[in-house]
Write a protein that binds this ligand. Structure first.
Ligand SMILES: Cc1cc2nc3c(=O)[nH]c(=O)nc-3n(C[C@H](O)[C@H](O)[C@H](O)COP(=O)(O)O)c2cc1C
Length: 145
């Protein structure tokens, strides 16, 4: 199974979280490609089974949360390549993520009613709960392939 992990980070917390996600998947036997989303060539996604993509939470801290414009621009080119069930979204944040994930889904062309796995972190460190969710996500897709 091949996974592509993409991130957009400003100060490094989201990049660190993406690295931990990639390392954990690798430890589970997944072949992982990790890349800053702004440097990713969308044609490479066709050879991947899973898309794991994230960015830091922008907004006014208490309202108006949205993905950063650079993530949005880069992600528009990825819309529709992989189905929603093979996509996992993640973010790092300080106070609240608000409607960030629903906005990310919209950019990726995912229907608002389609369930998508999401991970969020204040610290940028992968917790045991995050690891369980990643195992569930990978396990569900392995069964289907
Ligand atoms: C301009 C700006 C707006 C932010 N808005 C929010 C917000 O609305 N909600 C929140 O929880 N954190 C907000 N944050 C905090 C960042 O999402 C958080 O620090 C994130 O982990 C930074 O990731 P990075 O180190 O990868 O850049 C904001 C940070 C900045 C600089």
């Amino acid at each position: 199974m091949k996974a592509t992990v993409l991130y957009y980070s400003h100060k490094g917390k989201t990049a660190g979280y993406a690295r931990e996600i990639a390392m954990f998947l690798w430890s589970q036997g997944v072949s992982v490609s990790l890349c800053a989303i702004t440097e990713f060539d969308p044609s490479r996604l066709a050879g991947s089974d899973l898309l794991i993509t994230g960015c830091w939470t922008c907004g006014w801290f208490v309202v108006g949360q949205h993905p950063h414009e650079r993530w949005v621009e880069a992600s528009r080119r990825l819309a529709g390549i992989l189905p929603a069930e093979r996509t996992l979204l993640f973010t790092t944040y300080r106070i609240r993520t608000g409607c960030l994930f629903s906005r990310m889904k919209k950019v990726l062309g995912i229907n608002s009613s389609s369930p998508v796995h999401c991970l969020k972190s204040k610290t940028g460190r992968l917790t045991d709960a995050d690891k369980l969710q990643l195992q569930l996500f990978v396990g569900m897709q392995k069964k289907k392939l």
